[in-house]
Design a protein around this ligand. Structure first.
Ligand SMILES: Cc1cc2nc3c(=O)[nH]c(=O)nc-3n(C[C@H](O)[C@H](O)[C@H](O)COP(=O)(O)O)c2cc1C
Length: 195
């Protein structure tokens, strides 16, 4: 089984989404040492934004091939300016490809990339949980979920740290909880497989 580990955090060693995604990958590889981990760091090695040249070769690009080969994806996804990092949006622009990961038929769109499991390591400065005053400003997780659903991926878990900008204590509490949640991801995945 192949695990694709993606990070999009631009905040260096302090990046919360990177800490969480690494904790998820560590937990998964501890549970299954045969997992083959493939790394894609979108800050160290950014993907060129989709442009006219990229569109011409979109049906067979390296990012898409790597995605198609993965069974499990762990995506470090920080919130920047209310949405995902532009580097991560660029990655999605290279994997949502008509005829490869989705197609349109008489009944509308159909996802072609089902069967993969995705764990999103979400990090946000504010609080966007349902009922929070800023809930309507969450263009981050709903966008990620919609992109994945569109290509047929329904098996998505979110490990979240939010309220990270609300002071050192709030940050520490949110990160500790997310890292504890990350350690439980293998059990969650197994439960889903069994269910
Ligand atoms: C450029 C930038 C933009 C940000 N925009 C938002 C925002 O719109 N809403 C929010 O709640 N937090 C925002 N934050 C805070 C981040 O969501 C928070 O620092 C989180 O930890 C980012 O993940 P990272 O630590 O992996 O970089 C922003 C941070 C940066 C650096």
């Amino acid at each position: 089984m192949k695990l694709l580990h993606i990070d999009a955090g631009i905040t260096g060693p302090g990046s919360a989404s990177r800490h969480i995604s690494a904790a998820v990958v560590n937990a998964l590889t501890a549970a299954d040492p045969t997992l083959q981990v493939v790394r894609r760091d979108l800050d160290a090695d950014p993907i060129r934004h989709l442009d006219s040249a990229g569109l011409a070769t979109l049906a067979d690009n390296e990012v898409l091939r790597e995605f198609l080969e993965a069974d499990v994806l762990v995506i470090g996804a920080p919130m920047y300016n209310f949405g995902m990092a532009s580097q991560l949006k660029s990655w999605f622009d290279h994997i949502l490809v008509a005829g490869r990961t989705f197609r349109y038929g008489p009944n509308g769109p159909e996802g072609l990339a089902g069967g993969k499991k995705v764990i999103i390591a979400s990090a946000r400065g504010g609080v966007y949980a349902p009922g929070a005053p800023s809930a309507a400003a969450d263009f981050h997780e709903p966008h990620l979920l919609q992109l994945l659903r569109f290509i047929g991926i329904e098996d998505v878990a979110i490990v979240r740290a939010e309220g990270l900008a609300l002071g050192p204590e709030a940050r520490e509490a949110a990160l500790s909880k997310a890292l504890a949640d990350a350690a439980n991801v293998p059990a969650t995945l197994t439960a889903k497989l069994v269910a």
